[in-house]
Design a protein around this ligand. Structure first.
Ligand SMILES: C[S@@+](CC[C@H](N)C(=O)[O-])C[C@H]1O[C@@H](n2cnc3c(N)ncnc32)[C@H](O)[C@@H]1O
Length: 304
């Protein structure tokens, strides 16, 4: 359980957690638990060391194809870690500094992004809104919010994903594009925290204005039965996130979305926003006060 001092300023929280508050709750893994095969050949020694130290990663000399318990492969290419699903060509890089997503981040109409409209609501365009993204995942929503002027703290429970996100944020912070590096600098990833619900229950001092929740849902089920339509890229990304989640299933307790929602509702200063597939039931069965829907996604709004 994460312990935080009772009066700690919002801005000091990431440093506090990075310095000494590292609590990783893990169950002992089953002997045949799936692993991520890690090819460290082109990576820097420090980055390779971090990923190799994770208990879900097994370092290999090359890309092996015929191993039954492979859940995921990771290798380093063109300054980024690439994730590949077994037996598939699908490759995903968690990277804000290249490709279509960068253009979306830097677009002049960033304030029109649905997630931005849901989170910022009627806040004036120049207002700095403090957001806690309790289910950071690949950090895409957090970066959209930061590009729209929010100050975002992020927490991701899966250590492998949290490390990938840390690399992506650090690369974006050092990107030559000033708008991109400024957005990444408004994001602070809380390291060493596993469960956001526990963190929110012990939150030190100033509560975040908005708490943003986007818990993982079963993608195939969601797209088939709950009306989810999404881009090819976000489909691929979600499948990779599900594979990372499956790596940890035998090793970590599953998070409880009801606990997460209750903790968020207790802590948020102004509101909680929950992202859902368009036809999915509301999180924890709680009816939102209002909704913002697009063809691909719905944001449920819970004012405080
Ligand atoms: C659908 S993804 C979020 C995607 C993210 N919004 C984005 O834009 O990339 C959900 C993530 O929340 C994480 N998560 C779920 N419950 C959590 C909890 N209680 N604490 C921290 N992270 C959690 C999962 O591990 C998963 O990576």
């Amino acid at each position: 359980m994460t312990f935080l001092p009772s009066r700690l300023h919002w801005s000091k929280l990431p440093m506090y957690l990075a310095d000494g508050c590292r609590s990783v709750q893990t169950c002992s893994a089953m002997p045949d638990s799936p692993v991520c095969y890690l090819d460290t050949r082109n990576a820097s020694a420090s980055s390779a060391e971090i990923f190799a130290s994770l208990d879900v990663c097994e370092t290999i000399a090359g890309i092996e194809n015929n191993v039954a318990d492979i859940q995921l492969r990771m290798f380093y290419q063109q300054d980024a870690w690439v994730l590949q699903l077994p037996g598939e060509k699908t490759r995903v890089t968690i990277d804000f500094a290249s490709g279509e997503f960068t253009r979306r981040l830097l677009a002049p109409n960033i304030m029109a992004e649905a997630v931005v409209r849901a989170v910022r609501g009627r806040a004036p365009a120049d207002a700095v809104v403090r957001v806690f993204d309790a289910t950071a995942g690949a950090g895409r929503d957090a970066m959209l919010l930061a590009a729209a002027g929010c100050e975002v703290m992020l927490c991701e429970r899966l250590p492998l994903l949290a490390e990938l996100l840390a690399v992506a944020l650090s690369n974006a912070q050092h990107d030559p594009l000033p708008e991109l590096s400024a957005a990444a600098s408004r994001c602070q990833l809380l390291r060493g925290v596993v469960d956001s619900a526990q963190l929110m229950a012990d939150w030190p001092h100033a509560p975040p204005e908005v708490i943003y929740l986007d818990p993982l849902y079963q993608h195939s089920q969601a797209s088939g039965k709950q009306g989810l339509k999404s881009s090819a890229l976000s489909n691929k990304l979600m499948r990779v996130l599900q594979h990372i989640d499956a790596l940890y299933a035998p090793r970590m307790p599953k998070p409880d979305p009801v606990e997460l929602m209750e903790a968020a509702l207790r802590l948020a200063k102004h509101k909680v926003i929950v992202k859902r597939p368009p036809a999915a039931p509301p999180l924890a069965g709680l009816k939102p006060a209002s909704q913002l829907s697009t063809k691909t996604v719905r944001f449920d709004v819970y004012p405080r």
